[in-house]
Ligand binder design. Sequence first.
Ligand code: ADP
Length: 325
Amino acid sequence: MIEIYNLQKSYDNTKILKNIDLTILDGEIYGLVGRSGAGKSTLLRCMNGLEQYDSGSLKINGFEIKDHSAQEIRQFRKNIGMIFQHFSLMERKTVYQNIALPMECWNYPKKEIDKRVKELLKIVDLEDKINERPRSLSGGQKQRVAIARALSLNPKILLCDEATSALDPKTTQSILLLLKKINETLGIAVVLVTHQMSVVRQVCNKMCILENGEITAKGAVGEIFMKRPQSLKNLLGDDEEEVLPLNGTNIKITYTEASVNERVLSDMAQKLGIGFSLVWAKTEKYRDMVLGWVIINVDEANVPVVGEYLTGLRARWEVLNNESQ
Ligand code: ADP
């Protein structure tokens, strides 16, 4: 479990992380998202003790990083695996030697290293590449080696810094599936720093958004995408802009998995006996749910009756005002 309270961090008198409060539970896949420069990597480096923080508290399974010596932190870091965008493999070493490296540094017996490396090669599905060198591997295979190496000391937490940003969409997909498998079968919490919203939607159950060193939204992924706070809209950018009619009233209805098959709109048209136009619709799949949005355009005079009908269905809806169009 990672517990962060009121964490502050500066570089050269510039505040980089401000009032960070965050709890990441065992077994979660937690997405840390934000624009470049928001402070995501700095927060990740604070989590594994590579960076000190100025004040506040950061505990990993009860271990308060700032209360310990460099030697203690080094020992503690065995509990945390980390992978990076550019893999950081040793080019002159084979796949086997790369994965064995952390265990060799900690002087594990050769026999134990051999057993563990072979187990890990199986988990990451690279048994046939055991004697290859990184240059003969694809990007996805290199990231698999890096994941195996990060797991070699049996960590409780895996930190991923833009781990799929250098990969094509198909390879990204396979690496995300691997991270999910590791999370589920080994019970390892995964913290994913990413600017790719599709990554968060596919594998994370919780997320937070960092903007200029501050957390501006946090919670369950489906909930945040449903509420669409401004900080999420800022990240999603132009893709989100709908072109809407200026006449009549535009009503946005958000539906969740539970109501997805309820044919809300056709029933409403029948029951209320009114016409409307469907002007925009979108469905998105998340790790654990489906979310959908539709925007309908109704005559202004019909807004109260439509509103009453939707409220009666307990649907989430809102009238979009002209500024948001
Ligand atoms: P992100 O991972 O969200 O892109 P970073 O955590 O890398 O953001 O950086 C946050 C801010 O901190 C940036 O303005 C960056 O320039 C600054 N920064 C990061 N590392 C250092 C450092 N070692 N010294 C000074 N400033 C730094």
